[in-house]
Design a protein around this ligand. Structure first.
Ligand code: ATP
Length: 369
């Protein structure tokens, strides 16, 4: 990956206090964010959070109501879409059905009036990049969905934009093909060095392809970080819950030495965690822990930092992993996940079994909200 967090790295895109209102509805709310050169940046969030509005403003189809958008240091306020070094690939990447793959890719270059030598060289380069050389003479209906998607990508990159916007680019592909195509997309992004901004509501996709992920909620970016930071250190219950599977236990904070405890239920052990944040006693606090960080065993673990008893309600066997739903005496359901890596003669855990759940003090995060 490009060293996006390198202070030397120049931001390609700067949102400065950008708001976008439609009538009295605020779609983007005072948003400030940099996106660096060569980054693969994902905007992730539920439907209606403002992802497409951000893209449309970048592309120049919409202007912000307030604030500034700079691309390569230049204020975009008066720069129309076709004058921006930006290209956009839409979810419905309509190719021209009557044109060959080659002509589809060449289309934008021809319209710009480039000479044929330049066009030939550029189209050939794009065909190589997207591994489409042998399909050059075919029409869109004579190639597969995945190949059509690559043609659309080749066409979008032909004019060598500084920035490519991808709006749910893989939405039309089935899951398996989607996953393969994600790797191709990463590969192509790296080879071309183009800044990619992708919009998706698919968290797995964002986590796979992006060097940084911005999680959005109601017109604001609530966290922006690398995929592993987002997953390991979400800054709110909203982000923890949006990315992957998580257990949330809510209660009141109580500082105990260098740890903070979550007081959450009668006659249950307090949940302890370490955190760099300070909480005042009695304050609302949430403990978020991923299922794979929760150990599960039939016997009481001798030296666990945190342990709690429950009863198995459900087991989902997913081949590589199994997920257990464990009910606590309080009625809380905790999910624990184990990797099925070995064919071990482990004592089987089945439905209704009493089990122990355990985790270390650093396995989860303590959150304010
Ligand atoms: P999705 O994943 O469903 O595409 P999104 O995150 O891309 O959602 P946007 O399309 O950016 O969401 O819309 C953000 C909010 O702004 C939505 O509540 C939408 O209804 C509203 N909105 C978007 N465009 C307009 C418009 N032209 N007029 C009024 N409201 C709009």
């Amino acid at each position: 990956f490009a060293p996006w967090n390198d202070p030397e790295e120049k931001p390609l895109i700067q949102f400065r206090n950008v708001s976008k209102r439609f009538g009295d509805f605020t779609a983007i709310d005072d948003l400030t964010q940099d996106i660096f050169e060569k980054e693969f940046f994902a905007l992730l969030g539920p439907s209606g959070c403002g992802k497409t509005t951000m893209m449309r403003m970048l592309a120049g189809f919409d202007a912000p109501t307030e604030g500034q958008i700079l691309i390569a240091g230049q204020d975009m306020a008066r720069v129309p879409p076709n004058k921006r070094a930006v290209n956009m690939m839409f979810q419905s990447y309509a190719l021209f059905p009557h044109l060959t793959v080659w002509d589809n890719i060449a289309f934008g270059l021809k319209r710009e009036g480039k000479d044929s030598e330049t066009i030939n060289a550029r189209v050939d380069e794009m065909l190589r990049l997207t591994r489409l050389a042998k399909f050059a003479k075919r029409k869109p209906h004579q190639i597969s969905g995945g190949q059509r998607q690559r043609v659309a990508l080749a066409r979008s990159l032909a004019k060598a934009p500084k920035l490519l916007l991808l709006d749910e680019p893989l939405g039309a592909l089935d899951k398996k093909l989607r996953q393969d195509t994600q790797f191709e997309l990463m590969d192509i992004q790296e080879k071309t060095g183009t800044t990619f901004v992708i919009v998706t509501h698919d968290q797995e996709e964002a986590m796979t392809v992006a060097s940084r992920v911005a999680v959005m909620d109601e017109g604001r970016i609530v966290q922006v970080a690398t995929p592993d930071q987002i997953y390991e250190a979400p800054n709110s219950v909203y982000v923890a819950d949006f990315i992957g599977d998580v257990n949330i236990i809510s209660g009141r904070a109580k500082t105990q030495g260098d740890k903070v405890a979550v007081l959450w239920a009668e006659a249950q052990p307090d949940i302890l965690g370490t955190t760099s944040k300070s909480f005042s006693d009695g304050q609302e606090i949430h403990f978020a822990i991923r299922p794979e960080k929760v150990g599960i065993s039939p016997d009481e673990p001798a030296d666990a930092q945190n342990k709690i008893q429950g009863k198995v309600l459900d087991i989902a066997y997913l081949g590589n992993i199994s997920t257990y739903h464990v009910e606590l005496p309080t009625g809380h359901i905790i999910k624990a996940q184990t990797a099925n890596t070995r064919r071990i003669a482990r004592r089987q855990i089945t439905w209704e079994d009493p089990v122990w759940l355990s985790w270390t003090d650093t396995a989860g995060v303590l959150l304010e909200r």
